[in-house]
Design a protein around this ligand. Sequence first.
Ligand SMILES: [Zn+2]
Length: 264
Amino acid sequence: VSAAGRLAVALGAARRILVFTGAGISTASGIPDYRGPSGVWKTRRPVVYDEFLHDPEARERYWRQKAEDWEAWGRHAEPNAVHRAIVALEAAGRIEMVVTQNVDGLHRAAGTDPSRLVEIHGTNALVECQRCGRRDEASRHYEAILGGGQAPVCDCGGLLKPATISFGQALREEDLARAVGAARRCDLALALGSTLTVTPAADIPLEAHRRGAPYVIVNRGATAHDGLPGVTRIDGDVVEILPPAVRAVLEGDGWPYSGEGAPH
Ligand SMILES: [Zn+2]
């Protein structure tokens, strides 16, 4: 049985799937995996949250890095077949929640309903005022920085920052609560393209596993949850495995794409 066939069997009749995604699902959209061997983290010193707030030089450096990343790959990145397969599962009424570690905004761009999406590490697609909390599209701020502008400030005078969780910054309690709530309600946990090493995010599918929900992990290479009792482990590239599996499960049941194979 192929990897996609094994996954299709595991998806089976699940109606409340918790999907947990990591960097491995976005590499097919041209987004580099920060933890890979040539990851950006190997060559750049990250700006921690406290520095962003209190050190103007670090704040300018942070914004420049974000704007350069946006120019290099974020600006033109499009959702891929994995993002669209997850939307197809949602359209078929099978998704409880999509929880992503990715900050690229591609689930939202693909059409995942915001009420069924938790961007647990935030998103680079928005900026957020660190004083009043107001959120706004990020692209015009990146453009301004690339044009020589300085770190932007909100109308209220507060500092604007891309709406990601920085080093030294806690996860949003509301997001964590929505994710954990879904882990307690789901009838299947499906982890895609994540090494499951970053906590507390990776504890979310683990919570579903602890209360006895089936747990399926699709990833190329080892994960921190390999070897847990009862886990279905499928090794390989998720972009080659999930779309045909979802197609097999939904065929005759609302699969929205025509033609053979995975959606492009
Ligand atoms: Zn403000």
